[in-house]
Design a protein around this ligand. Structure first.
Ligand code: CP3
Length: 360
């Protein structure tokens, strides 16, 4: 067991006192970094990069070499599970993800099996093991998966969509087929995340990128219910330490209370609500991770710093805040602005943690 040198991210997720607010960014390893683009070029395609544990490790560490981030996130993608189920994922240049064999009917859904995380998905577990070794306790490593609903949207649509016509068509017209798909996915995600934890992931996050396109009723029935199933099935311990679970439903600001009741440790929050309001909704139940508008990173350094202060102020004093963007960093951001952002979080958060164990 290597000792963790910086554990303020894990502590904040468990609402324990920290010296300063920990910070990391969704998509922190990505195309805004020239060194990422170089490694991606060397790998060939995006999936070649994901499937090569050494190169996946290299790009995971890249943002940490530039900025004093408090966590690393496994470099991979949420679509590895559907690919392992046989849907044949590819990333067409400039078009985003595409499945050659999308799900079109009940028979397609019935034919799906639960992938073996140490079989078809072994490359992901190898990446986790390689990254943990390379990190040598510098910061914790986050593992992740997509939510069943979000994975289902890509699997039924065959790629990205703005309308969700096919996937909602299946949900409305063939709810039993949709439930079967979501149940198979929930089982797959549970075993995938448990394998990541066994391989060394020290926290796990479930990305429900498309939960927010559902009505409140459908969200509970088709998204939250299956995230609950996953939370209930996770082994939440590694190396004798608790492994916190973070749920993030983009556009799910109105449902934070219900999400907090799943028994997860923290909730991701996008930028469409104030952290003060989010905190009022969840009380002491969970930590919050977020929620600066990623577009602010296009602004001037002074403006970025001001926004960091506003977000810190909105959460206020006390434990349980992990600073993040409200969604992934955009690819055309100037990397220098990210440095301004990360340093500002650390510098301006000190005052929110003085006597934090007694004052809330
Ligand atoms: O956060 C990180 O740094 C870890 C890596 C990570 C990636 N994808 C790398 C990636 C994570 C956590 C994801 C999750 C993911 N993937 C989500 C959920 C989070 C979110 O952003 O809402 C979703 C919906 C996907 C599916 C996906 N993967 C899409 C829609 C795309 C295309 C995006 C685009 O702009 O082209 C990807 C590709 C992808 N995943 C890239 C990266 C760095 C860019 C691919 C490239 O290098 O060309």
């Amino acid at each position: 067991m290597t000792e963790l040198k910086n554990d303020r991210f894990l502590k904040a997720l468990l609402r324990e006192p920290v010296d300063i607010t920990p910070v990391w960014m969704m998509r922190q390893a990505g195309r805004y970094l020239p060194e990422y683009r170089a490694t991606r070029e060397k790998a060939g395609s995006f999936m070649d990069l994901c499937m090569n544990p050494e190169l996946a490790c290299e790009v995971t560490i890249q943002p940490l070499e530039r900025y004093p981030l408090d966590a690393a996130i496994l470099f991979s993608d949420i679509l590895t599970i559907p690919d392992a189920m046989g849907l044949e994922l590819r990333f067409a240049q400039g078009e985003g993800p595409k499945f050659d064999k999308p799900l079109t009917c009940k028979a397609d859904v019935d034919a799906l099996g639960v992938p073996d995380p140490e079989g078809e998905l072994k490359y992901v577990m190898d990446a986790v093991r390689t990254i943990r070794k390379e990190l040598a306790g510098r910061v914790p490593l986050i593992g992740f998966s997509g939510s069943p609903w979000t994975l289902a949207t890509y699997m039924v649509e065959g790629g990205s969509t703005k309308e969700f016509g096919k996937v909602k068509g299946m949900m409305f017209d063939e709810p039993q087929t949709m439930h079967k798909l979501l149940d198979t996915l929930a089982q797959s995600v549970t075993s995938y995340l448990n394998a990541q934890i066994a391989a060394g992931a020290q926290a796990v996050m479930i990305f429900d990128t498309w939960g927010g396109v559902l009505t409140p009723r459908d969200y509970k029935e088709f998204s939250l219910r299956y995230m609950q199933q996953i939370v209930d099935g996770l082994t939440r311990e590694n190396d004798g330490r608790k492994v916190p679970v973070v749920l993030f439903s983009k556009g799910g600001g109105g449902w934070l209370k219900e999400m907090a009741q799943t028994g997860c440790d923290a909730l991701g929050v996008d930028w469409t609500l104030d952290l003060a309001d989010a905190r009022a909704m969840v009380g002491d139940q969970v930590a919050l991770q977020g929620n600066m508008d990623p577009s602010i990173l296009y602004a001037k350094p002074e403006r970025i710093e001001q926004e960091v202060k506003t977000v810190l102020q909105s959460y206020g004093k006390g434990n349980g805040h992990v600073f993040n963007l409200g969604h992934g960093i955009h690819q055309h951001i100037n990397p220098d602005n990210v440095g301004v952002f990360v340093n500002a979080v650390h510098e301006h958060s000190v005052k929110y943690h003085e006597e934090s164990s007694v004052e809330r």
